[in-house]
Design a binder for this molecule. Structure first.
Ligand SMILES: Nc1nc2c(ncn2[C@@H]2O[C@H](COP(=O)(O)OP(=O)(O)OP(=O)(O)O)[C@@H](O)[C@H]2O)c(=O)[nH]1
Ligand SMILES: [Mg+2]
Length: 198
Protein backbone atom coordinates (compact mmCIF):
# COMPACT_ATOMS: atom_id res chain seq x y z
CA UNK A 1 0.00 0.00 0.00
CA UNK A 2 1.22 3.48 -0.72
CA UNK A 3 1.17 5.07 2.73
CA UNK A 4 1.53 8.54 1.29
CA UNK A 5 -1.93 8.23 -0.19
CA UNK A 6 -3.65 8.36 3.18
CA UNK A 7 -6.09 11.20 3.65
CA UNK A 8 -8.33 12.44 6.42
CA UNK A 9 -12.04 11.95 5.72
CA UNK A 10 -14.17 13.21 8.59
CA UNK A 11 -14.76 13.28 12.35
CA UNK A 12 -17.90 11.98 14.04
CA UNK A 13 -19.01 13.10 17.50
CA UNK A 14 -22.20 10.97 17.58
CA UNK A 15 -23.09 7.60 16.07
CA UNK A 16 -25.28 9.32 13.44
CA UNK A 17 -22.21 11.08 12.12
CA UNK A 18 -20.29 7.85 11.45
CA UNK A 19 -19.46 7.32 7.78
CA UNK A 20 -21.33 4.50 6.07
CA UNK A 21 -19.20 1.36 6.11
CA UNK A 22 -18.51 0.94 2.41
CA UNK A 23 -14.96 -0.38 2.46
CA UNK A 24 -12.79 -2.69 4.61
CA UNK A 25 -12.05 -0.95 7.89
CA UNK A 26 -9.50 -1.17 10.68
CA UNK A 27 -9.74 0.70 13.97
CA UNK A 28 -7.49 1.74 16.82
CA UNK A 29 -8.91 1.16 20.29
CA UNK A 30 -7.48 1.66 23.74
CA UNK A 31 -7.21 3.64 26.94
CA UNK A 32 -6.92 7.39 26.63
CA UNK A 33 -3.28 8.42 26.17
CA UNK A 34 -2.11 4.88 25.27
CA UNK A 35 -0.80 6.12 21.91
CA UNK A 36 -3.49 5.43 19.27
CA UNK A 37 -3.07 8.67 17.36
CA UNK A 38 0.74 8.50 17.66
CA UNK A 39 0.67 5.01 16.20
CA UNK A 40 -1.34 6.14 13.17
CA UNK A 41 1.06 9.03 12.64
CA UNK A 42 4.10 6.75 12.83
CA UNK A 43 2.71 4.07 10.53
CA UNK A 44 1.68 6.71 7.97
CA UNK A 45 4.83 8.82 8.35
CA UNK A 46 2.98 11.97 9.31
CA UNK A 47 3.80 14.31 12.11
CA UNK A 48 0.27 15.31 13.05
CA UNK A 49 -2.08 13.43 10.80
CA UNK A 50 -4.04 12.15 13.78
CA UNK A 51 -3.98 14.74 16.56
CA UNK A 52 -1.99 13.73 19.63
CA UNK A 53 -1.51 15.27 23.03
CA UNK A 54 0.00 14.87 26.49
CA UNK A 55 -3.46 15.42 27.88
CA UNK A 56 -5.61 12.30 27.94
CA UNK A 57 -8.89 12.63 26.09
CA UNK A 58 -7.48 14.47 23.10
CA UNK A 59 -9.40 12.42 20.56
CA UNK A 60 -13.06 12.91 21.46
CA UNK A 61 -14.47 11.92 18.10
CA UNK A 62 -14.13 8.96 15.75
CA UNK A 63 -11.72 10.21 13.11
CA UNK A 64 -11.83 8.50 9.73
CA UNK A 65 -8.95 8.27 7.27
CA UNK A 66 -8.72 6.36 4.05
CA UNK A 67 -5.79 4.89 2.21
CA UNK A 68 -6.20 3.06 -1.09
CA UNK A 69 -8.84 0.33 -0.43
CA UNK A 70 -9.11 0.62 3.32
CA UNK A 71 -10.55 2.96 5.92
CA UNK A 72 -9.02 3.64 9.32
CA UNK A 73 -10.89 4.76 12.41
CA UNK A 74 -9.01 6.49 15.24
CA UNK A 75 -11.31 5.91 18.21
CA UNK A 76 -11.62 8.16 21.27
CA UNK A 77 -9.89 6.60 24.27
CA UNK A 78 -11.70 5.14 27.24
CA UNK A 79 -10.96 5.29 30.96
CA UNK A 80 -10.41 9.01 31.26
CA UNK A 81 -11.89 9.93 34.64
CA UNK A 82 -12.02 13.71 34.41
CA UNK A 83 -14.85 14.14 31.97
CA UNK A 84 -18.41 15.25 32.68
CA UNK A 85 -21.36 12.87 32.86
CA UNK A 86 -22.73 14.25 29.58
CA UNK A 87 -19.41 13.78 27.84
CA UNK A 88 -19.21 10.18 29.07
CA UNK A 89 -22.74 9.50 27.79
CA UNK A 90 -21.79 10.88 24.40
CA UNK A 91 -18.68 8.68 24.31
CA UNK A 92 -20.71 5.56 25.18
CA UNK A 93 -23.32 6.30 22.53
CA UNK A 94 -20.61 6.86 19.93
CA UNK A 95 -18.63 3.71 20.72
CA UNK A 96 -21.66 1.44 21.10
CA UNK A 97 -22.87 2.80 17.78
CA UNK A 98 -19.51 2.19 16.15
CA UNK A 99 -19.20 -1.45 17.23
CA UNK A 100 -22.86 -2.41 16.76
CA UNK A 101 -23.49 -1.08 13.24
CA UNK A 102 -22.30 -4.24 11.52
CA UNK A 103 -19.40 -2.31 10.01
CA UNK A 104 -16.92 -4.15 7.80
CA UNK A 105 -14.27 -4.21 10.56
CA UNK A 106 -11.42 -6.43 9.35
CA UNK A 107 -9.10 -5.81 12.28
CA UNK A 108 -9.15 -4.00 15.61
CA UNK A 109 -5.78 -2.80 16.86
CA UNK A 110 -6.26 -3.04 20.62
CA UNK A 111 -3.56 -0.91 22.24
CA UNK A 112 -2.26 -1.68 25.73
CA UNK A 113 0.51 0.25 27.51
CA UNK A 114 3.52 -2.11 27.68
CA UNK A 115 4.63 -0.58 30.98
CA UNK A 116 1.64 -1.50 33.11
CA UNK A 117 -0.86 -4.19 33.93
CA UNK A 118 -3.95 -3.81 31.74
CA UNK A 119 -6.64 -1.71 33.44
CA UNK A 120 -10.17 -2.91 34.21
CA UNK A 121 -11.36 -1.03 31.12
CA UNK A 122 -8.71 -2.82 29.03
CA UNK A 123 -9.97 -6.18 30.27
CA UNK A 124 -13.58 -5.18 29.59
CA UNK A 125 -12.63 -4.18 26.04
CA UNK A 126 -10.64 -7.39 25.43
CA UNK A 127 -13.58 -9.49 26.65
CA UNK A 128 -15.95 -7.47 24.49
CA UNK A 129 -13.80 -8.12 21.41
CA UNK A 130 -13.50 -11.85 22.21
CA UNK A 131 -17.19 -12.33 23.06
CA UNK A 132 -18.33 -10.55 19.91
CA UNK A 133 -15.81 -12.27 17.65
CA UNK A 134 -14.10 -9.15 16.38
CA UNK A 135 -10.76 -9.96 14.74
CA UNK A 136 -8.07 -8.18 16.74
CA UNK A 137 -4.39 -7.98 17.62
CA UNK A 138 -2.89 -6.46 20.76
CA UNK A 139 -0.36 -3.67 20.28
CA UNK A 140 1.90 -3.09 23.28
CA UNK A 141 2.71 0.62 23.11
CA UNK A 142 5.54 2.79 24.43
CA UNK A 143 7.89 -0.20 24.42
CA UNK A 144 10.83 2.20 23.99
CA UNK A 145 10.31 3.30 27.59
CA UNK A 146 11.34 -0.12 28.93
CA UNK A 147 14.92 -1.27 29.46
CA UNK A 148 15.81 -4.80 28.28
CA UNK A 149 15.25 -6.48 31.65
CA UNK A 150 11.99 -4.67 32.36
CA UNK A 151 10.87 -5.42 28.86
CA UNK A 152 11.26 -9.18 29.29
CA UNK A 153 9.55 -9.07 32.67
CA UNK A 154 6.64 -6.98 31.40
CA UNK A 155 6.10 -9.02 28.25
CA UNK A 156 5.85 -12.18 30.37
CA UNK A 157 3.48 -10.44 32.81
CA UNK A 158 1.26 -9.14 29.98
CA UNK A 159 1.14 -12.54 28.31
CA UNK A 160 0.05 -14.07 31.59
CA UNK A 161 -2.53 -11.35 32.36
CA UNK A 162 -4.06 -11.68 28.90
CA UNK A 163 -3.77 -15.45 28.54
CA UNK A 164 -7.54 -15.70 27.90
CA UNK A 165 -7.08 -14.19 24.42
CA UNK A 166 -5.29 -17.37 23.34
CA UNK A 167 -3.21 -17.17 20.17
CA UNK A 168 -3.97 -13.51 19.39
CA UNK A 169 -0.64 -11.83 18.52
CA UNK A 170 0.86 -9.22 20.83
CA UNK A 171 2.99 -6.74 18.92
CA UNK A 172 5.51 -4.58 20.79
CA UNK A 173 5.35 -1.09 19.30
CA UNK A 174 7.04 2.27 19.64
CA UNK A 175 5.86 5.46 18.00
CA UNK A 176 9.18 6.90 19.15
CA UNK A 177 11.63 4.59 17.34
CA UNK A 178 9.33 2.74 14.94
CA UNK A 179 9.66 -0.73 16.44
CA UNK A 180 6.78 -2.92 15.28
CA UNK A 181 5.87 -0.61 12.39
CA UNK A 182 6.78 -3.23 9.77
CA UNK A 183 4.47 -5.81 11.41
CA UNK A 184 1.58 -3.33 11.51
CA UNK A 185 2.16 -2.31 7.89
CA UNK A 186 2.17 -5.91 6.69
CA UNK A 187 -1.22 -6.46 8.41
CA UNK A 188 -2.59 -3.32 6.74
CA UNK A 189 -1.15 -4.33 3.36
CA UNK A 190 -2.91 -7.69 3.58
CA UNK A 191 -6.28 -6.07 4.31
CA UNK A 192 -5.71 -3.54 1.55
CA UNK A 193 -5.15 -6.37 -0.91
CA UNK A 194 -8.28 -8.19 0.23
CA UNK A 195 -10.13 -4.95 -0.51
CA UNK A 196 -8.89 -5.06 -4.10
CA UNK A 197 -10.44 -8.38 -4.94
CA UNK A 198 -14.03 -7.22 -4.35
N1 LIG B 1 7.85 7.29 24.39
C1 LIG B 1 6.70 7.11 23.73
N2 LIG B 1 5.69 7.99 23.86
C2 LIG B 1 4.54 7.76 23.20
C3 LIG B 1 4.37 6.62 22.35
N3 LIG B 1 3.12 6.65 21.82
C4 LIG B 1 2.53 7.77 22.32
N4 LIG B 1 3.36 8.44 23.14
C5 LIG B 1 3.06 9.70 23.87
O1 LIG B 1 1.89 9.48 24.66
C6 LIG B 1 1.03 10.64 24.65
C7 LIG B 1 -0.38 10.27 24.18
O2 LIG B 1 -0.35 9.85 22.84
P1 LIG B 1 -1.64 9.91 21.90
O3 LIG B 1 -1.22 9.29 20.60
O4 LIG B 1 -2.23 11.26 21.86
O5 LIG B 1 -2.64 8.92 22.68
P2 LIG B 1 -4.14 8.53 22.28
O6 LIG B 1 -4.28 7.06 22.60
O7 LIG B 1 -4.47 8.92 20.89
O8 LIG B 1 -4.97 9.36 23.34
P3 LIG B 1 -6.53 9.84 23.27
O9 LIG B 1 -6.73 10.52 21.96
O10 LIG B 1 -6.64 10.70 24.46
O11 LIG B 1 -7.38 8.62 23.41
C8 LIG B 1 1.75 11.65 23.76
O12 LIG B 1 2.49 12.51 24.59
C9 LIG B 1 2.68 10.81 22.90
O13 LIG B 1 3.82 11.50 22.47
C10 LIG B 1 5.48 5.71 22.23
O14 LIG B 1 5.45 4.69 21.53
N5 LIG B 1 6.62 6.01 22.93
MG1 LIG C 1 -5.93 10.06 20.12
Amino acid sequence: MNYNKAEFETSAGTSRGLLPSDRPEVCFSGHSNVGKSSMINKVFNRRSFARTSNKPGKTATVNFFKCENIRLADLPGYGFAKVSFDERQRWAELMEGYFSQGRDIRLVFQLIDARHKPTKDDFDMLHYLCDNHFPFVVVLTKIDKLKTKEREKNLAMLKEEMSFIGEVPMIPFSAENGEGCDVIRSLLDEINEEGNIQ
